[in-house]
Write a protein that binds this ligand. Structure first.
Ligand SMILES: [Zn+2]
Length: 435
């Protein structure tokens, strides 16, 4: 099979000095100041930044079961548009991804769509009920080679079940990704507990409900010497606990979503359910603590928690609306706005937190590699000098629940290469040619 050759001219690799990059046979064949190659398709990237393909550790693809809100194929297209070359399919589908059969189905759907690698996440417990461990070993041994396990959407609230899961996954170097939400403290919660929730009369979701579980689980991970990942940290207090745990050498990693780096709970005053999300938007103080933690490495990665919902479940009263917002197509722009433009991260730092580290946590061996000769050609190109306006009617996700409709965002993602194939050129997604 012959694959296309691409010569990327004059892009700034990780934001450093401009160079040329030759892609051939799915790999980076050469990087140097100036390359000429008459057989390659030349792409002018002057002024753009070249990054390793983005890896999302937390994506809701909704298939099987809610294909009306998203499919593996539509999420793959949205991913390519956002500069992603790998997505991690959360297990809260219908049926739940708690068996080898379901994770293999999701994995195959990803391969068929062919725009990104889809790595299924396995449920920790059967049916996400928090009681009996799921077929963790069978999922790990399946063709999907699952290494990340999560009941996301639900918290593994029983400490004994959590302990057993942490012990079990050590056999194959797995990791438990915990959605930290103490259920008894958040019954009926609608938004962050604070001044705004009191004013609006909406039931609050207190920061301590997140922090109590993070604290418990870092201690459990330490006790059984296993790997723990904290999904979507949202509070300044949660950051402090992760910082403490890391200083003690506990094997814990943490993620923050783009929306928690930018948006605050006062947006709920609009009563627009597009801002209803779990965990909820917090305060300005929390947002600043999260940015700082992402910059200093206390929080390891950015993960989207892309959560598509149909208009039937989202365009209704706040109290009835589903939790969640889409985020694949805007993630890199939000990180550019909150972290790069503020001077908190350089482009090498962005590559670390959106590609290298998430791939390392998920043990996705073929992703998150340095842009070096011989590496797989998973590449993302962003033009940081171009801004764009988000239009929910133009998103490639099947759902429209973006909180950024009408926002002008910096940084236009223009090209994505997945295993040497162009999945997006000039901001247009190129679907896999079925042969
Ligand atoms: Zn979650």
């Amino acid at each position: 099979m012959t694959t296309q050759r691409f010569l990327l001219k004059g892009g700034k690799v990780l934001g450093a000095a401009s160079s040329d990059l030759l892609i051939s046979n799915g790999r980076i064949e050469a990087i140097s100041k100036s390359i000429s190659d008459e057989t390659a398709t030349v792409i002018d990237l002057k002024g753009s930044v070249v990054l390793p393909g983005l890896v999302d550790l937390h994506t809701h693809l909704r298939e099987p079961g809610r294909e009306d809100s998203e499919t593996v194929a539509s999420a793959s297209r949205a991913g390519a548009k956002g500069g992603f070359t790998a997505l991690s399919a959360m297990a809260n589908t219908s049926p739940v991804a708690d068996t080898a059969g379901v994770v293999e189905q999701v994995y195959r759907l990803g391969q068929e769509a062919g725009l990104v690698d889809v790595f299924p996440i396995g449920a920790v417990t059967q049916g996400l009920k928090g009681e009996q461990l799921s077929e963790i070993g069978a999922m790990a041994d399946s063709v999907a080679r699952v290494r990340v396990f999560s009941d996301d959407g639900n918290c593994v609230f029983d400490p004994l079940v959590m302990r057993r899961a942490l012990e079990y996954i050590k056999k194959f170097d797995g990791v438990i990704a915990q959605h930290a939400q103490e259920p008894r403290l958040t019954v009926g919660s609608q938004m962050n507990e604070g001044i705004i929730s009191s004013k609006l009369g909406l039931k609050g979701w207190p920061a301590i409900a997140e922090e109590a579980i993070i604290a418990r689980d870092v201690l459990l991970a330490d006790h059984v010497q296993s790997r723990l990942h904290i999904c979507h940290v949202t509070t300044a207090g949660g950051v402090e606990i992760v910082r403490w745990a890391k200083a003690r050498g506990i094997q814990v990693t943490a993620e923050v979503t783009p929306h928690h780096l930018l948006l605050t709970d006062d947006l709920a005053s609009s009563y627009d359910p597009v801002f209803k999300v779990n965990p909820p938007l917090r305060t300005e103080h929390d947002v600043m603590a999260l940015r700082e933690a992402l910059a200093d490495g206390t929080i390891d990665i950015v993960a989207t928690d892309h959560a598509p919902h149909t208009s039937e479940t989202k365009d209704c009263e706040w109290a009835e609306a589903s939790f969640g917002m889409i985020g694949l197509e805007t993630a890199l722009s939000i990180v550019t706005k909150t972290m790069v433009e503020s001077g908190l991260l350089d482009w090498a730092g962005v590559a670390q937190r959106m590609s290298i580290a998430p791939a390392a946590i998920g043990r996705y061996a073929n992703h998150g590699q340095e842009l070096a000769v011989g590496s797989p050609a998973h590449i993302t190109v962003i033009n940081p000098t171009k801004s764009w306006v988000v239009d929910r009617d133009l998103v490639l996700s099947k759902s429209r629940n973006t909180p950024y409709h009408g926002y002008e965002l910096p940084g236009l993602v223009t090209h994505t290469f997945f295993g040497g194939r162009a999945t997006m050129i000039d901001s247009k997604v190129i679907d896999k040619v079925v042969q």
